[in-house]
Design a protein around this ligand. Structure first.
Ligand SMILES: [Zn+2]
Length: 235
């Protein structure tokens, strides 16, 4: 298997540009332009129901332009289904209201221990082609005295995955959110993913995978980083 590695640890929090290159290069090479998902200020003026209705009409138009017969029983409901799926499922992580609410607990007994949650399955979509990116996320943190419920780690990964994404941004968004919630810099995120826009179209490379990582605080030290990577290789 061919694997590309991208280490995002040197990425500075608060800046908003990965690179300056042309629109075509950005799309073809799957490069994101910043940490924040590019949303307009009026992104949430429409209700979910209004969005579903608009998207349904536009998607019907796409299908009609493609020459599909929308009177067919199998296709009739597709525009409505796609619209609902976009707003309520696969892109629901765009809406700040859907961000998981996370409660912190005191961690009296395992202070300073590394906590690793590995193999979190996620499904996202490439923002350049709107086809799936899927894979595993592995996250870790060293408690600053607070811990969160393990299922919340999965929920945070899921929330940021449910947007049009690029893998680098997904990695950094999860890491930044964990740093903020857990009140520590000591956070690591590693994502191993497949991009259907690479395997099912374009160069049709079915075996390649992309690994991106973020190491904050103590995880930048070789000892801590290798302890984390050692946990990931355990079966
Ligand atoms: Zn793509």
């Amino acid at each position: 298997m061919q694997t590309s590695n991208i280490d995002l640890s040197t990425f500075v929090k608060g800046t908003n540009s990965f690179l300056t290159i042309s629109d075509d290069d950005i799309g073809n090479e799957h490069i994101g332009t910043g940490i924040e998902t590019p949303l307009r200020p009026d992104a949430f003026l429409l209700s979910d129901e209004e969005k579903i209705s608009k998207i349904e009409n536009h998607f019907r138009e796409i299908m009609e332009v493609l020459g599909l017969d929308l009177r067919d029983d199998s296709l009739r409901g597709t525009p409505g289904r796609v619209a609902k799926m976009y707003v309520k499922e696969i892109f629901q992580g765009l809406h700040p209201e859907n961000k998981p609410k996370v409660a912190l607990f005191e961690n009296k007994y395992q202070y300073n221990q590394m906590l690793v949650e590995k193999d979190i399955t996620f499904y996202s979509n490439c923002e350049h082609h709107f086809v799936p990116i899927y894979g595993k996320a592995h996250v870790a943190y060293i408690s600053s005295g607070k811990v969160i419920g393990l299922s919340k780690l999965n929920r945070i990964v899921d929330y940021f995955a449910r947007r049009p994404q690029v893998q680098e941004r997904l990695t950094v968004q999860i890491a930044n959110e964990l740093q903020e919630i857990l009140q520590t810099e000591d956070v690591a995120v590693l994502i191993d993913a497949k991009h259907l826009c690479v395997s099912s179209r374009g160069i049709k490379d079915i075996n390649s995978a992309t690994v991106s990582s973020f190491y904050g605080g103590k995880f930048q030290e070789e000892k801590t980083k290798s302890e984390f990577l050692k946990y990931l290789s355990l079966e």
